[in-house]
Design a protein around this ligand. Structure first.
Ligand SMILES: C[S@@+](CC[C@H](N)C(=O)[O-])C[C@H]1O[C@@H](n2cnc3c(N)ncnc32)[C@H](O)[C@@H]1O
Length: 244
């Protein structure tokens, strides 16, 4: 069966589960050394927003667990990832640091979450969406497991169609995606079109993060009442981008 959504067509064959697992088995031993500081601002922002949620938090694509100590101590965080070697490191961190806020760690595919509908107050995915095999299916799962009135908080690279990195990203493109374990190009329309296709979802914030504005924080609310299509299209491209 084919999916008519533009983002799905664009990325359908870019990365698959086996390529991701192989890539993160390679990254696991050196991940913290390379990405601890570089991706720090997004993790801090995500954890601060999620820590205000009144209820359980789901962290999808937790990796080695670098964001776990950043959630408030009284939070209840369930964290999942596809990669066993990455999760092992997260489990080690939880044990070493005595992270009481971590209620559970599990191996799970973001596009097939083993949780009932509406079971979390907040779903966070720091640096996952450019990695997940199908971003739209993954977002659909987030929308299913977050409760009405709850929030989805994303941080990921969003390609600028004309910024200084565009030529470089176009050149590298998908040639190295499976080697790196993430897509180099990720247009905003993947997220924006998904939100616009969902009357039960509303974009509440979109802002650029350091370093160099390479990453974007996106906050999406699942409307408390079931959507009737009455809210205006979110059209994230028109939302002014703030730098934090
Ligand atoms: C770039 S790392 C981000 C890790 C962590 N959130 C951080 O901020 O450092 C992406 C993680 O997503 C995981 N991942 C990729 N695809 C996934 C999927 N479909 N389901 C669950 N986890 C996935 C990878 O195994 C990897 O650990």
């Amino acid at each position: 069966m084919t999916d008519a959504r533009p983002g799905f067509r664009f990325f359908a064959h870019a990365l698959d589960r086996a390529a991701i697992e192989a890539a993160y088995a390679r990254w696991a031993p050196v991940y913290d050394l390379i990405f601890s500081n570089l991706l720090g601002p997004g993790r801090i922002a995500v954890a601060a927003i999620a820590s205000r949620a009144d209820g359980r938090i789901l962290d999808v694509g937790v990796g080695t667990g670098l964001e776990l100590p950043m959630f408030r101590k009284s939070a209840r965080v369930v964290a999942v990832d596809l990669s066993e070697p990455m999760l092992k490191r997260a489990a080690g961190r939880v044990a070493r640091q005595g992270l009481a806020q971590v209620a559970g760690l599990a191996r799970m595919d973001a596009s097939r979450l083993a949780f009932p509908d509406s079971s979390f107050a907040c779903v966070v995915a720091p640096y996952l969406l450019t990695v997940a095999p199908s971003p739209e299916d993954t977002l659909d799962e987030f929308a299913r497991v977050v409760r009405p009135g709850g929030e989805i908080v994303l941080v990921n690279h969003v390609s600028s169609p004309d910024g200084p990195f565009f030529a470089l990203e176009s050149f590298i493109g998908e040639r190295v995606a499976s080697l790196l374990g993430w897509r180099v190009q990720f247009p905003w329309s993947i997220i924006g079109d998904w939100i616009d296709s969902r009357p039960d979802m509303r974009l509440i914030d979109r802002r650029v993060l350091p370093p160099l504005g390479l990453f974007t924080l996106t906050r999406v609310e699942r409307l408390a009442t079931s959507g009737d299509g009455a809210h205006p299209p979110t059209l994230g491209d028109r939302m002014p981008l703030e730098r934090v």
